[in-house]
Design a protein around this ligand. Structure first.
Ligand code: HEM
Length: 213
């Protein structure tokens, strides 16, 4: 009798182990700060694998599209601001290197969407880092929205369905809002960085002059 019971229990345990192997776990509840449904985020992460494997060509195409429509922006990039034609840009190692750095940080951001606090920290920091670029304006971030979508479309080909188009639009908008916010938070913390430094040094000069007199 005891033996029968333990056999029954063992077979139930076995059945539940098998069930664990076949049924995918239910998706964890989504952080409400993410503007995607659980299903959309699942599709996004799955689709992004195709981009993850092709970060450099996707990034290069994204920058070619950016400079095609906003040729004045290439002037901000000290390492390749002299490249004029699309062909020169397409062949530039410096441009490819920068494109890869930017795509790597987008990749890190998208993979961090499960940990929203980390996602915000990472992208706020990237946004803030653009404050040190001479001539950069926060409005420029939005200029990469369309080039990003075009580059993802090219890399994914047939896999870029209307449904994925909608999901990528929501995702890049969310990502860009977050980098812009990071830029603004840094601005609030250190308004007019350079002006402040200039004022401080002139105060220092004034007090030196006062001591001297
Ligand atoms: C999602 C959007 C963006 C991300 C994630 C991003 C990311 C980055 C990162 C990680 C760096 C540091 C690279 C390094 O240390 O070498 C950087 C630098 C830079 N970014 Fe962005 N960026 C974005 C959009 C833009 C846009 C739209 C522009 C211009 C219109 C821009 C202009 C620059 C410039 C000029 C630098 C400095 C390059 C240099 O001279 O080293 N970024 N960006």
């Amino acid at each position: 009798m005891g033996c029968k019971l333990s056999r029954a229990l063992a077979s139930r345990e076995q059945a539940s182990k098998e069930k664990d192997l076949t049924d995918p776990p239910p998706p964890p509840p989504l952080d409400p700060r993410i503007p995607l449904s659980a299903k959309q985020k699942f599709n996004m992460v799955k689709s992004w694998k195709g981009i993850s494997r092709a970060l450099e060509p996707t990034g290069v195409y994204m920058f070619l599209e950016l400079f095609e429509n906003h040729s004045e922006l290439i002037g901000l990039f000290t390492k390749f601001n002299q490249l004029r034609t699309r062909d020169e840009q397409a062949e530039s190692l410096e441009l490819a290197e920068h494109a890869t750095i930017v795509m790597n940080s987008i990749d890190e951001g998208i993979k961090a969407m499960d940990n929203v606090d980390f996602f915000f920290d990472l992208l706020h920091q990237i946004g803030a880092s653009h404050r040190k670029i001479p001539g950069f304006k926060k409005e420029y971030f939005w200029k990469i929205e369309h080039p990003f979508l075009e580059a993802v479309r090219l890399t994914l080909g047939d896999r870029y369905t209307d449904n994925m188009d909608n999901i990528y639009r929501i995702t890049i908008k969310f990502l860009l809002e977050t980098v812009v916010r990071g830029y603004e938070l840094a601005e609030e913390k250190e308004p007019n960085d350079n002006v402040k430094k200039a004022v401080n040094s002139s105060e220092a000069n004034t007090s030196k002059a006062e001591k001297g007199s």
